[in-house]
Design a protein around this ligand. Structure first.
Ligand code: ADP
Ligand code: MG
Length: 152
């Protein structure tokens, strides 16, 4: 039996992009097994900053982790592979997700999958994923709520 990865759940308030990066970095650093993050939040909420932090924690250069808005998916190899998806422009629903290879990413042996605009997954269910809700509280303040979506 594999143990549950040490992802902290609960609500965090950050006061700068650096703090959001740091929070995600500490989470990324602790990941040792396949993990899925479903990020939701408006444009500018900090989803990509969070993705960069996770990447850094996986020993990936955060400068290379950018929103794959047009390609929908990027991957980066660090200590584990990070698949970074941005579904903002997805049009074809679940069919397009299968075409992108999301199923394979989710079953890859040593991969972290992070999905921006996860609300666009529609009915595509990912058991065992962590939901990360980011909200802009004004200025540089952001609320980041992390929860386990459902049991694997
Ligand atoms: P998204 O991917 O959600 O559209 P980005 O991560 O690309 O958003 O952008 C977030 C923007 O907000 C960046 O310009 C970042 O510098 C700024 N920002 C300000 N305060 C914060 C914070 N506390 N956490 C994250 N980003 C912040
Ligand atoms: Mg983004």
């Amino acid at each position: 039996m594999s143990s549950i990865p040490p992802i902290p759940t609960g609500e965090f308030i950050t006061h700068s992009a650096e703090e959001t990066f740091e929070l995600a970095y500490r989470i990324g650093e602790a990941i040792t097994q396949p993990t899925v993050f479903l990020l939701q939040g408006d444009l500018g909420a900090g989803k990509t900053v969070f993705a960069k932090g996770i990447g850094a924690g996986l020993e990936i250069d955060p400068a290379e982790v950018n929103s794959p808005t047009f390609t929908l998916v990027n991957y980066h190899d660090g200590r584990m592979r990070l698949y970074h998806l941005d579904l903002y422009r997805i049009e074809g629903g679940a069919g397009e997700l299968y075409e992108l290879g999301l199923d394979e990413m989710l079953t890859a042996p040593a991969a972290v999958v992070l999905i921006e605009w996860a609300e666009r997954l529609g009915s595509f269910q990912i058991p065992g994923a962590y939901q990360v809700l980011l909200s802009d509280l004004g200025g540089d303040e952001r609320r980041i709520e992390i929860s386990a979506v459902s049991q694997p």
